[in-house]
Design a protein around this ligand. Structure first.
Ligand code: IFM
Length: 463
């Protein structure tokens, strides 16, 4: 391995029970799309539609984690990983989304949980990471309020089987993406391009979360930690003009406050609907109360920030035009990942402190952070991904600083354990700390994987 900043160069202290983890999601890694009774999901349908993903790639095989689960858990154990965040495929458990249970689907997750626990790795289960059962989409998917009720039933089914062993539960991953990318911009399944639909879907996703919480509480062990995972892209104004300040506020409502405000304050941000030029979602009298049911932790996914300045308003997409801003890019002197995202570690510290101050969550967990770079495998045992090592160490430093300044952060999860199916980008973007050679499915630990292992080991020996 080349020389990289070692663990001791990170100048921050973390509590001994801090969770040092890695994350994946079902559709992105599992493969085995047609095995053991799994039903189809909206992502099978979307990725199978020509033109929707890079080179028409799908999650049919992905990183074959379904068949290599034991090997992958052993790999995590070898790296000293303390926690694994994975998602459960709803259509693997309930092929029609509701009704008849496919117990072979649940058996897989039970084996995974047991295997993790046997290796002293804490499981963090996410119940929904975008792979909605296709049968529910036929009835309107997230545009249909009934889907929220079906989700709560599904959550109970899983909790009844795994609730005695799993302590950490997240209901949804990044509902902003399901709502906006899935229904507003059409980049994700189910591929709708209607902002009003995105608002309706977003409301039903939030409702699904709120309805699931008591069902999870009833069937999980005492002390279970229940939460939700949101993605944030902190918005910074690029200049001092009042119109830039105003457009930054609007962009912030759209990117960052759409979901957290109802969850923690029981209301939608005032400017959201006017800025987007849409109607508020139809709702029943108690919806906002249900949505704001207190939970135990807030999962925070952070990759980058947005630097914006005012531009002329227009009703045309893209969304930045509707919100009357333009993004400043490239930022002079900044580094960018393969996704075209600016590397901005200070944004993570600012975000954690802001969330602590504005919403006072009982706990914060950084449930995703990581970077795609163009990794080169030398055909032997090495992938030298120095830029990913730098990215991770700088962001972990930022988490440490936020913690020292009062943010109640309890864990940090690298996205991702493995290279995997990056949604519309197919396999063209690699986020893993472990390289996957897709033709052979061979795993090669990247330098960032070794670095993270040494960082975790150094924490352990100093605590
Ligand atoms: O791969 C995704 C993940 O599924 C959700 N959060 C962002 C990641 C990188 O784009």
């Amino acid at each position: 391995m080349q020389h990289y900043p070692d663990a001791r160069e990170i100048n921050a202290s973390f509590p001994p029970d801090f969770l040092w983890g890695v994350a994946t999601s079902a559709y992105q890694v599992e493969g085995a799309a047609y095995e053991d009774g799994r039903g189809p999901s909206i992502w099978d349908a979307f990725a199978g539609t020509p033109g929707k993903t890079y080179q028409g790639e799908t999650g049919d095989i992905a990183a074959d984690h379904y068949h290599r689960m034991e090997e992958d858990v052993a790999l995590m154990a070898r790296l000293g990983i303390g926690a694994y965040r994975f998602s459960i495929s709803w259509p693997r458990v309930l092929p029609q989304g509701r009704g008849k249970l496919n117990s072979r689907g649940l058996d897989f997750y039970e084996r995974l949980v047991d295997c993790l626990l046997a290796h002293n790795i804490t499981p963090l289960v996410t119940l929904f990471h975008w792979d909605l059962p296709l049968a529910l989409q036929a009835d309107g998917g997230w545009l249909n309020r009934e889907t929220a009720l079906a989700f709560a039933d599904y959550a109970e089914v899983v909790a009844r089987r795994l609730g005695d062993r799993v302590r950490w539960w997240a209901t949804l991953n990044e509902p902003w993406c399901s709502a906006y990318l899935g229904h507003g911009s059409g980049e994700h399944a189910p591929g709708l391009c209607d902002l009003q639909a995105a608002i309706i879907a977003g409301h039903h996703l939030l409702l699904a979360h709120g309805l699931a919480l008591p069902r999870l509480r009833a069937f999980t062990r005492s002390g279970a930690q229940l939460g939700i995972v949101l993605n944030f892209t902190p918005v910074y104004p690029a200049d001092g003009r009042p119109e830039t300040q105003e457009s930054a506020l609007q962009a912030d409502a759209f990117h960052n406050r759409w979901f957290i405000e109802p969850l923690y304050h029981g209301r939608y941000p005032e400017v959201l609907f006017s800025a987007l030029q849409v109607q508020p979602p139809a709702m029943e009298a108690t919806d906002l109360e249900v949505i704001a049911t207190p939970c135990d932790f807030l999962g925070v996914n952070y990759y980058t920030r947005l630097l914006v300045r005012a531009s002329s308003p227009t009703r045309e997409e893209p969304i930045s035009a509707r919100l009357a801003h333009e993004t400043v890019a490239p930022v002079p002197g900044a580094c960018y990942t393969e996704m075209g995202w600016e590397v901005y570690p200070a944004g993570l510290k600012d975000l954690l402190l802001r969330l602590q101050q504005d919403y006072q969550p009982k706990a914060l967990v950084v449930t995703e952070n990581g970077a795609a770079f163009r990794d080169e495998w030398d055909g032997n045992e090495h992938v030298h991904d120095g830029r990913r090592v730098a990215y991770l160490s700088q962001h972990i430093q930022a988490v440490g600083e936020a913690l020292a300044e009062g943010a109640a952060v309890r864990g940090y999860f690298v996205w991702s354990l493995l290279d995997n199916f990056e949604w519309a980008f197919g396999y063209s973007k690699r986020f893993g700390i472990v390289y996957v050679d897709y033709p052979t499915q061979r795993r090669i630990i990247k330098d960032s994987g070794y670095w993270y292992a040494s960082f975790i080991a150094a924490r352990r020996s100093s605590s």
